[in-house]
Design a protein around this ligand. Sequence first.
Ligand code: GLA
Length: 384
Amino acid sequence: MDIEHVRSRFIKHFDGLTGTVYASPGRINLIGEHTDYNGGFVFPGAIDKGMIAELRPNGTDKVRAYSIDMKDYVEFGLNEEDAPRTSWARYIFGVCREMIKRGVEVKGFNTAFAGDVPLGAGMSSSAALESTYAYALNDLFGENKVDKFELAKVGQATEHNYCGVKCGIMDQFASVFGKEGSLIRLDCRSLEYQYFPFNPEGYRLVLLDSVVKHELASSAYNKRRQSCENVVAAMKQHHPEVEFLRDANMAMLEEVKAEVSAEDYMRAEYVIGEVQRVLDVCDALEKGDYETVGAKMYETHHGMSKLYEVSCEELDFLNDIARECGVTGSRVMGGGFGGCTINLVKEELYDAFIARAKEAYKEKYGKLPKVYDVVISDGSRKLC
Ligand code: GLA
C-alpha cells in the first residue's frame, strides 16, 4: 500500500492541500466459513493488503470522493435521500450514515482512496474500505468516541442497509482488530476474541486466486443465510433455546429433517460441522498439530463444495491439485462462488506446488491463478 500514491492524487484532484491518511486491511480466514452469521466461531487475520484513504473536511455538507483506482469521481450529501448510485460510493455513504446514526456529527469532506486488495477475490476489499472510513470519520468528527466493536458493526450495517449483503461480522472485525503475526479466534455471538500468534514453523500460508470473480451481493449469499434461519425456526419448535445454528447439533438436525427442505438440511449440516471444526483447529494449533489443522481445512472445502454449494469448478480443481501435491491443508476461502483457495503448505513443497498449480490451471482454463503469500498484519490505523 502506497501512501505517496494516494497523497499525490489527493493533492492533484482537490485544492492542493493535504489531509489525514488512514488505512485498513483485507483479511484471510484460516477456518470458520459462513459461521459468523450463525453465531459461531471464525478464525481470521488481517493481511498486508488493504485500502488507504486521505480525507480533509471541506466546510460544506457534501462529500467529494475520488476513487484513484477507478478514476471515478462522485459527490453526495449526507442525508438518507442523498444515496449515490455508484456502488463504490455507496460504501462510503453507508459508513457516513451509520456513523451519524451513532451520534457522530459527520460533515462534508474531500477524499481520495486506493487499494491493493484484489476486488471480488474473497479477501474483503469492501470491509477494508468500510473500516478505513469508519475509523477515519471517528477520528475526524467523533473524537474517537465510537469503540472498535462498534466501528466493525458500522461496516457490517453498511453492507446490510446500503449494499444489500446480509453479511456476518467477521470481515469488518478482522479489518479493525487485526494484529501483526496473530490470527483472531472470534466468537461471533458474544464478540469475545482471542489473539493466536500464528507462525507455523516449516509451513507457509499461500492464497491461490482462481480469478473467478465472486458477486456476494448476487442473492446467493443471502439465500444461504435464509436457509440457516429456516432450520433454526424449525428447531425452535422443539428447542426454544436455539437462537443460532451454533446452538444445534446433528441429533437436533435429524429431528427436523422432515420439516425442512433437503437443501436447507444440507446447508445446516455444513454449518454445524464447521462450527466444531474451528474449535478443533484451535486445539490442534495449541499442540502444534498442523496435520489436523490441514485435514480440517480439506473437510471444510468438501462441505463448502458439496453441502453449502459455494465453491465452483475452478476452486475444486485448485483444491484437487493441492491434494495431489501433498499440501497439508487447502480450501475455498471467504464467501465463495469464486475467489481464492487458502493453502497450508510445507516449505519444501511450496515451489513444486505453485509451479504445478500454475501449469495445470493454465492448461485447463487458459489463464494463470494469482499467487499471494499471506503476511498477517495490523488492523485499522491512522498513517499520517
Ligand atoms: C463473506 C461475509 C462474511 C462471512 C464470509 C463467509 O466474507 O462478508 O461475513 O460470512 O463471507 O465466511
